[in-house]
Write a protein that binds this ligand. Structure first.
Ligand code: PXP
Length: 245
C-alpha cells in the first residue's frame, strides 16, 4: 500500500511580507496555526543567516506554540546548529545558503561538505532532531547522505519546476530514480521547492516520497484563495495524485 504523503507548509514568506513594513503583521506564527487547522502535517521555517524573513523570535514562538512538527531549515553553520540544539525542533533540514541568492539554489554538496556534516549531523541527532539533507537527485549525493548519518533526504524539485517539455520530463525521471534509490539505501525521502498546483501532482505520485514542503506558492495563492483555501486545494491535488499510484 502507498504510504501517506505529508504536507509541510513553509511560512517564510509570510515573514517576508511582514518584514517589508517592519511591523508585526502578518505574523508567520498565526499563519502556522491556520495552516495546521487547514490540514498541514508540519510547519517549515528557514532561519537564514541574514534573517531576511524568519527571525529568532519566530523560531522561539513556533517551537513553543505548535502542536504539529516543526521542520527547521538551516545552513550548515555552527550558529544554526546551536539554534537547533536550543529549540530541539522535530526536524532539521540542512540546506545550502548563499547570501546573494533569492532562494535556495541547487542542493547541498554533501560529498564536498562531508567532514563538516559528519560532525553536525550527529550533534543534531543527539538533540533529538530528525535530520534531513536537501539535495539534488544524484546517487552519489544520496550515498554521501548515508555516509554522514542522515536518516532523511529532501529532493530538490526546483529544477523540475523551472523546466518545460521533454527537459522537465527528464528531470522528473531523475527525481523518480532518486526517490527509488534513496529508499533502497534506507533513506526516508521528502521533496520540495517551487511546487505549485500545476507541478505538484507528478511529484506526489512518486510513491517513495512521504513528505512535500511547499511555501512560496501557497503564501502567494493565499492572496486569492485564503491560506486555508490554498492548502485545501494543494492537499486535494496531492491526495488525488497519490490515489492514482
Ligand atoms: N524545501 C526546502 C529545503 C527549501 O529550502 C524550500 C524553500 O525555503 C522549500 C522546500 C519550499 O520552497 P518553495 O517556497 O519554493 O515552495
Amino acid at each position: 500500500m502507498t504510504e501517506f504523503l505529508r504536507l509541510g507548509v513553509n511560512v517564510d514568506h509570510v515573514a517576508t511580507v511582514r518584514n517589508a513594513r517592519g511591523i508585526a503583521h502578518p505574523d508567520p506564527v498565526r499563519a502556522a496555526h491556520i495552516a495546521a487547522r487547514a490540514g498541514a502535517d508540519g510547519i517549515t521555517a528557514h532561519l537564514r543567516e541574514d534573517r531576511r524573513h524568519i527571525r529568532d523570535d519566530d523560531i522561539a514562538c513556533l517551537s513553543d506554540e505548535l502542536d504539529i512538527p516543526l521542520n527547521f531549515e538551516m545552513a550548515a553553520t555552527e550558529e544554526m546548529v546551536d539554534v537547533a540544539v536550543k529549540y530541539r525542533p522535530h526536524a532539521a533540514c540542512i540546506v545550502p545558503e548563499k547570501r546573494e541568492e533569492l532562494t535556495t539554489e541547487g542542493g547541498l554538496d554533501v560529498i564536498g561538505a562531508s567532514d563538516r556534516l559528519g560532525v553536525m549531523v550527529p550533534r543534531l541527532l543527539d538533540a533529538g532532531c530528525r535530520v534531513s539533507l536537501f539535495i539534488d537527485p544524484d546517487a552519489r549525493q544520496l550515498d554521501a547522505a548515508v555516509s554522514v548519518g542522515a536518516p532523511v533526504v529532501e529532493l530538490h524539485t526546483g529544477t523540475y519546476c523551472d523546466l518545460e517539455g521533454v527537459e522537465r520530463e527528464a528531470e522528473l525521471q531523475r527525481l523518480r530514480d532518486g526517490a527509488i534509490y534513496a529508499r533502497q539505501i534506507g533513506l526516508e525521502c521528502h521533496a520540495g521547492h517551487g511546487l505549485n498546483f500545476e507541478t505538484v501532482s507528478a511529484i506526489a505520485a512518486i510513491p517513495e516520497i512521504v513528505e512535500l514542503n511547499i511555501g512560496h506558492f501557497l503564501v502567494g495563492e493565499a492572496i486569492f484563495l485564503g491560506l486555508e483555501g490554498a492548502i485545501h486545494r494543494m492537499r486535494d491535488l496531492m491526495n488525488e495524485a497519490r490515489a492514482s499510484t
